[in-house]
Design a protein around this ligand. Structure first.
Ligand SMILES: Nc1nc2c(c(=O)[nH]1)N[C@H]1C(S)=C(S)[C@@H](COP(=O)(O)O)O[C@H]1N2
Ligand SMILES: [Mo]
Length: 575
């Protein structure tokens, strides 16, 4: 080991700035996906089949419902169960202003959440049930099969979606989409909690919660009546019919909480903190359930929206927008205004995000950054067994391309030196042999890439707390900066910043082994970081230096890392 002078060439001069806008000519070039497909056994079936099949089923349903309704037995059934469960209580306060306002606010927030969610999915356009994300085990995808015989990184796999659909639509804009998804979600949850409190405080909950088994025959009766195109008498002002009650109940009390829980359980800190629960309900399973729950929301919004129009637009908008139950036209202009706000917002939000990317990042960080960062403190330390090691581990990132690196590979990293400097008492220069001579730790953990895939590997290397004990950061040091030998996608050195306390975590290591073998160049040789309560991009590969600093505002574009600077990610990303 070598002690080095603290006055060595400053590393920050090797970093570059970044644009505050999303510059499309500096970005990953667009790449189209394919029509979404679902795997049934060995066959991949396009979801476009849902259109003709759905239309055929609908027509058939109408025909069957109309014939069945003629049967005396069914007529008796509908007379007995007209559509509203007999025991369902009636709510006499109509639709108070707060409920109407919350209904609109909910719809408005959903616009952002859904579009940003689709954008996030497009960054790894495949869904799996098992946590290893092995190509071919996906059950849903809108991307071609993973090409074989070449390196195909997870970024290569990401696809563009139209700007009117995704938020902001640009390929690999997950950093920005996540700020929208998370910060609007926070508002949506606040709105939802207030809604729960208010409906239970006022008796409005009686509309939504079925209190009798009679809701099922009532729902069947309403379904037959709707399907036969002879709609049931509407009593929405005071009571919902069985079908309304069931679908609203599922949306408010099942789909919403399931979405929140399965969203959070995709996070490394939360999944690891949950121990066996997080291992059984692994990230990919949770991601799949999150998607199924999203699909319910889409189905519900379409069905609900159509019903608003075909079951009496004037009356429905009077109820939910004007709060009156009469023959006036009070609701329609308010409804039109609400729809105009939706459409204008819809059109503006993607171009705004592209133009003001840094602002979206800053605002998102202000709204949820600190809250998310708190999860670092949870001391997550879930480990797996040899049997869990993934048969496939997606590679990601921009590979090193320099003479310097080629030289290191040629001499098998014999001349490699890790420089550790900055606010430390004992700066060091360590060779790979020095590092291997230090205490070694092995751990089997799950890697959570921000893009959505995960994989399990066994990592071997030096615990960071050993490094800290060796160099002794001063009391001024707050962050550890990891510098890579490789550039990032947009040019300029890849680097990332971590809070020092997280470097003391028992599972934070400098890994030189993967699955019992020397780390491959693809996965970060000679040295990469493992910091198991963070997302993958924080784990710098091909590390050349570690620097301890008090602040990172003067590094690169000042956001705390390469992806933070260039792709608008957050610098604390345990969620
Ligand atoms: N130097 C460098 N390190 C990097 C990256 C990169 O582009 N450059 N990509 C990050 C991302 S996004 C992920 S998910 C992991 C991927 O590690 P793997 O290739 O071993 O799967 O490395 C991280 N470390
Ligand atoms: Mo990643």
């Amino acid at each position: 080991m070598n002690e080095i002078a603290a006055t060595a060439e400053p590393l920050e001069s090797t970093l570059t700035g970044a644009d505050d806008r999303l510059r499309l000519n500096h970005w990953l070039p667009p790449q189209a996906g394919i029509v979404p497909r679902i795997r049934i056994g060995e066959r991949w079936v396009s979801i476009l089949w849902a259109l003709p099949i759905g239309a055929a089923i609908l027509i058939l349903l109408i025909a069957v419902a109309q014939s069945v309704r003629e049967l005396p037995g069914v007529q008796a059934f509908i007379t007995h169960y007209p559509g509203i469960a007999q025991a369902a209580p009636s709510v006499d306060s109509g639709f108070p202003w707060w409920l109407r306002l919350q209904h609109f606010v909910n719809m408005f927030f959903m616009l952002f959440i859904i579009r940003a969610g689709i954008q996030i999915l497009a960054d790894h356009p495949r869904l799996y049930w098992k946590r290893d994300s092995t190509p071919g085990t996906d059950w849903f995808r809108f991307q071609v099969p993973v090409p074989i015989g070449r390196v195909w990184t997870s970024k290569d796999d990401s696809v563009s979606i139209p700007g009117w659909l995704g938020l902001p639509g640009v390929r690999h804009s997950i950093g920005l989409a996540r700020w929208w998804h998370f910060s609007v979600n926070l508002l949506w949850v606040i709105n939802g909690v207030m809604f729960y409190v208010l409906i239970f405080a006022t008796g409005q909950w009686l509309r939504l919660v079925p209190l009798t088994w009679g809701v099922f025959p009532a729902a069947l009766s309403t379904a037959i009546q709707y399907a036969s195109l002879n709609f049931p008498v509407d009593h929405s002002w005071t009571r919902y019919n069985g079908l309304q009650q069931l679908s609203y109940f599922i949306t408010v009390f099942i789909a919403a909480p399931v979405s929140i829980a399965t969203g959070l359980m995709q996070s490394p800190a939360i999944s690891n903190k949950l121990g066996w629960f997080g291992r059984v309900f692994n990230r990919q399973a949770m991601r799949s359930v999150h998607f199924i729950s999203f699909s319910w929301f889409i189905f519900f919004i379409l069905a609900h929206g159509i019903m608003v129009f075909v079951t009496g637009l004037r009356q429905n908008t009077n109820h939910m927008f004007a709060g009156v139950s009469n023959a006036s036209w009070a609701g329609l202009p308010l409804f039109a205004l609400a729809m105009t706000v939706m459409v204008v917002t819809w059109l503006l939000v993607s171009p705004f995000t592209i133009k003001h990317a840094r602002l979206v990042q800053r605002t998102g960080a202000f709204m949820v950054g600190r809250l998310k960062g708190l999860a670092e403190r949870w001391d997550a330390h879930s480990q797996l067994t040899e049997n869990d090691i993934s048969p496939f581990f997606w590679p990601n990132g921009t590979m090193p391309a320099s003479k310097e690196f080629d030289g290191l590979v040629a001499d098998e990293f014999a001349s490699y030196k890790l420089r550790i400097s900055g606010l430390v008492e004992v700066p060091q220069e360590l060779s790979l042999a020095d590092l291997k001579a230090m205490p070694k730790q092995e751990q089997i953990t799950t890697h959570f890439c921000i893009q959505g895939w995960s994989g399990v590997a066994k990592w071997g290397g030096v615990p960071m707390h050993q490094i800290l004990a060796l160099v002794r950061p001063t009391s001024q040091a707050r962050y550890a900066v990891f510098y890579s030998l490789a550039d990032g996608a947009d040019g300029g050195r890849y680097y990332d910043v971590h809070e020092i306390f997280n470097m003391r975590h028992e599972l934070t290591i400098l890994a030189y082994e993967m699955n019992g073998a020397p780390l491959s160049v693809l996965h970060g040789a000679p040295l990469r970081l493992r910091c198991e309560n963070e997302l993958g991009f924080k784990m710098v590969k091909w590390i050349t230096a570690i620097e301890f600093v008090h602040d990172f505002a003067n590094l690169g574009a000042g956001q705390g890392g390469y992806n933070e600077d260039h792709e608008f990610y957050g610098y604390r990303m345990p969620i």
